[in-house]
Design a protein around this ligand. Structure first.
Ligand code: ATP
Ligand code: MG
Length: 469
């Protein structure tokens, strides 16, 4: 964490995607930076300082989940986002809460894996290219073997001695004639110049493991039984014929796997998850007991009790080893529309000491949301319709109009925040999206009048807008 972003930088990065919500962004940024501060302290102090977990509270559709989603891409920390409603109490069929910690371990392993594979990329690429040349111009022995392929006895011997069938060629030095050698030199040069990228080769790859849906529910036993069992089964190899450019990536992967020390990688990942991990628990308000009385589902409060030890800090078994959650940062989030944070069980409330409220979005925010973020809706539609060869533009007044209507409909019908923009825009662009591919003219300008013609009537009619917008 040496090149840590400061809180200001984290907020600036979030600003590129999320409009407004300043205090929530600041709180998230500080919580993240605090962990970096903690790393600077001596070990004893590090142990004593636990993260200040954070609760984001705000109406629906104002950016709570969006902040979390963006946070994940900004910080290079293991991050998982879970829906509190997906969990069931231990002992019931469904996902138990410890699954979130196992997911965090997976996320950390993925980060470490990427880093480790990047480090060995160069030598692995070299090996992959060498292998490609051997495949494109096989030596004599290989050719002979291809002729009498089903040599059962040989295969049995290999299996008995613990060799996987595909390893043998690397272990026996190949005898190569001058002719083949020359051919290989020639191929090496062509490969180097990128001339063989589409030539097909046949390589052996791991057969995709079939996942067993029954196993997914077995998480309650403390480890992922499904993963454990499938890792015990020997990995089967299958032959696949692919263009060189795709085969190369698979080969790089295979060689990287051999060059990387899995055990070490997993240990680093566990440490990273423990020190830097972030778990975002969405819809945490749906776990309140008030909610439960209306729904009559399995005990929501039971899920809260199950979550408690994880948030307080406990060891959870993952397939990479035990993971201590004491310093994992938890961010809870919920609309708390009919409920309050104080409807959560007291112990859990206390574990989320930092509360931030998100603001209702204004018409001005809607305008910004439509146009500014990298992923802004208007940008998305312009790109989509652009794929038909149609140039779509919006006048400023048209965008203002869309934002105003969204605000108005949110007031008269349900307030669903920025999500309203998506439904309105879809309605406005209905014809464009339908006719786009057949359209002769290359340009469409959406004006205020165009918007008004398509939605004013619907927006004014309360019942109609409920269904359509
Ligand atoms: N402040 C914002 N800036 C940019 N986009 C936003 C903002 N708020 C909402 N959006 C857009 O609206 C959509 C819904 O927002 P989001 O998923 O963050 O809602 P939420 O606050 O988590 O609501 P809920 O309580 O219903 O889960 C997002 O996909 C995003 O595109
Ligand atoms: Mg959400």
């Amino acid at each position: 964490m040496s090149l840590e972003r400061t809180p200001r930088e984290i907020v600036a990065a979030l600003d590129e995607y999320v409009i407004g919500q300043k205090s929530a962004k600041r709180a998230v940024a500080v919580a993240l930076y605090n962990r970096y501060r903690r790393h600077q302290l001596n070990e004893q102090l590090q142990k004593d300082i636990t993260p200040k977990n954070l609760l984001m509270i705000g109406p629906t559709g104002v950016g709570k989940t969006e902040i979390a989603r963006r946070l994940a891409t900004i910080v290079n920390a293991p991050f998982v986002k879970v829906e509190a409603t997906k969990f069931t109490e231990v002992g019931y069929v469904g996902r138990d809460v410890e699954a979130m910690v196992r997911d965090l371990a997976d996320a950390a392993v993925a980060i470490e894996e990427k880093a480790a594979y990047d480090r060995v990329r160069e030598p692995a690429l070299k090996e992959a290219n060498k292998k490609l040349i051997r495949l494109l111009a096989p030596g004599e022995k290989k050719q002979q073997k291809q002729n009498n392929s089903n040599n059962m006895l040989q295969m049995m011997n290999q299996l008995m001695s613990g060799q996987l069938p595909n390893q043998e060629e690397e272990q026996q030095p190949e005898k190569v004639s001058d002719q083949v050698l020359n051919e290989r030199l020639d191929l090496a040069e062509k490969l180097d110049r990128g001339l063989l990228e589409n030539r097909e080769v046949t390589i052996k790859v791991d057969e995709a493991k079939k996942s067993n849906p029954m196993m997914d529910t077995m998480g309650t036993m403390g480890v992922d039984m499904g993963d454990m069992l499938s890792s015990l089964a020997p990995q089967r190899k299958v032959s696949r014929t692919l263009p060189v450019k795709e085969a190369r990536e698979l080969l790089v992967r295979q060689y990287s796997e051999k060059m990387v020390d899995r055990d070490q990688l997993q240990q680093r990942a566990i440490k990273r998850a423990q020190d830097d991990g972030i778990i975002f628990i969405d819809e945490i308000d749906k776990l309140t007991s008030k909610q439960q009385r209306n729904s009559g589902e399995v005990s929501r409060e039971g899920v809260q009790r199950d979550i408690l030890p994880i948030v307080e800090g406990s060891q959870v078994n993952t397939k990479y080893g035990p993971l201590d959650t004491s310093h994992v940062l938890f961010i809870g989030s919920g609309a708390f529309a009919q409920t309050k944070p104080s409807d959560l069980i007291p112990e859990l409330q206390g574990r989320f000491p930092i509360r931030v409220e998100l603001d209702d979005l204004t018409t001005a925010d809607f305008i910004a949301i439509l146009t500014e973020p990298h992923t802004a809706l208007i940008k998305q539609y312009v790109a989509l319709v652009g794929a038909d060869g149609v140039k779509l533009t919006f006048t400023k007044e048209a965008i203002d109009k869309i934002a105003e209507v969204a605000n108005q409909v949110n007031k008269t019908s349900d307030n669903i925040g920025a999500r309203r923009l998506a439904t309105i825009l879809e309605k406005v662009l209905e014809e464009v999206l339908f006719d786009g591919p057949d359209m002769q003219m290359g340009e469409i300008m959406i004006t205020e009048q165009y918007v008004a013609e398509r939605i004013d009537e619907i927006a004014a009619d309360r019942d109609l807008s409920k269904y359509i917008l």
